[in-house]
Ligand binder design. Structure first.
Ligand SMILES: [Zn+2]
Length: 306
């Protein structure tokens, strides 16, 4: 366990944006411009269990918050100042306590770009690799005031209050998966975990190779979540999941990995693998938002040295 001191260097340069959104269908990829996007849904707050809440709507991924004895811990920051501000207004309707901590599940823009809409002075907590990615993306002077100031490598526990019978909020790191800085926020008392973008139930998982994500690591991390005493898993882009949902998700990824591993061993090319999985062989246009598919990511992991 490690807590770093405040480190808030100030630089200024261009602003980079990485966003993690559900994989668009092939047709939907065709250049949807911001002007044609529907406005975000209103922010809604749902009490999940006890003092744990989930926030949906606004721009960016689902978020959550925990009302502690003296302070509120928010999990992920939405994607814009405006949405962050709306979320904070809704949180204030639930509790008058101050938001003193923001935990980042990882570094994608739809989870962190709203940080600048938070009050100054809250601790921003992340895995140390997430701080590296956020630091690369947050280039304006204002943004750099909101870089994570508390980072860790393996785990970090946050006290829930003075009652010693209460457990702690556990921030757990199980290795590279969606990115190399994915944190699981685990509430052992309630048997609830927030898993950021480690889970995508209705589509293939997204692996950010540029952020050292790996599909084989994702399987390992999801199995570590299954080893937790947890009944409900919340995430950035899905409905609430059970362990059974995650088991099915893992099985689907492992099936693809096994099939592609066998194809690589028998000397098949990336095009062979794409064809076997009916993956669009059109190369992504420069500047296109097309993600490499899971199938391609697995193939590259098996055949390329990073
Ligand atoms: Zn993400």
């Amino acid at each position: 366990m490690k807590i770093l001191p405040f480190v808030r260097p100030i630089l200024s340069a261009a602003f980079l944006l990485t966003v993690c959104v559900p994989h668009p269908g092939k047709q939907a990829i065709a250049q949807q411009t911001p002007a044609t996007r529907p406005p975000p849904a209103p922010i809604t707050v749902e009490q999940v269990k006890g003092n744990i809440y989930q926030v949906k709507g606004g721009s960016g991924a689902n978020t959550g918050f925990f009302v502690g004895e003296k302070e509120i811990i928010v999990i992920d920051a939405k994607m814009s100042d405006e949405s962050a501000g709306q979320m904070l207004k809704e949180i204030a309707k639930v509790s008058p306590l101050p938001v003193r901590k923001v935990v980042l599940t990882h570094s994608d823009g739809d989870h962190v770009n709203g940080l600048t809409g938070f009050p100054a002075g809250a601790d921003i907590i992340s895995h140390e690799n997430t701080r590296v990615h956020v630091s690369a993306a947050f280039r304006t002077e204002t943004q750099r005031k909101f870089l994570p100031n508390v980072t860790f490598t393996d785990r970090l526990y946050i006290s829930r209050g003075s009652d010693s019978t209460m457990g702690r909020v556990q921030l757990l790191y199980f290795g590279p998966a969606h990115t190399d800085g994915d944190v699981v926020v685990y509430f052992p008392d309630e048997k609830i975990a927030f898993a950021g973008d480690l889970i995508f139930l209705s589509r293939d998982p997204l692996i950010h190779r540029a952020k050292n994500g790996t599909s084989f690591g994702l399987v390992k991390v999801l199995k570590a979540i299954l080893d937790l005493d947890v009944e409900m898993i919340l995430s950035g882009h899905n409905e609430k999941a059970t362990k059974e949902d995650i088991q099915k998700f893992v099985a689907g990824v492992e099936e693809k990995q096994a099939k592609i591993t066998a194809m690589v061993k028998s000397g098949k090319s990336l095009d062979d693998v794409r064809a076997a999985f009916s993956i669009d062989t059109q190369p992504a246009r420069p500047g296109s938002s097309r993600w490499p598919s899971l199938v391609e990511v697995i193939y590259l992991e098996l055949t390329q040295k990073k």
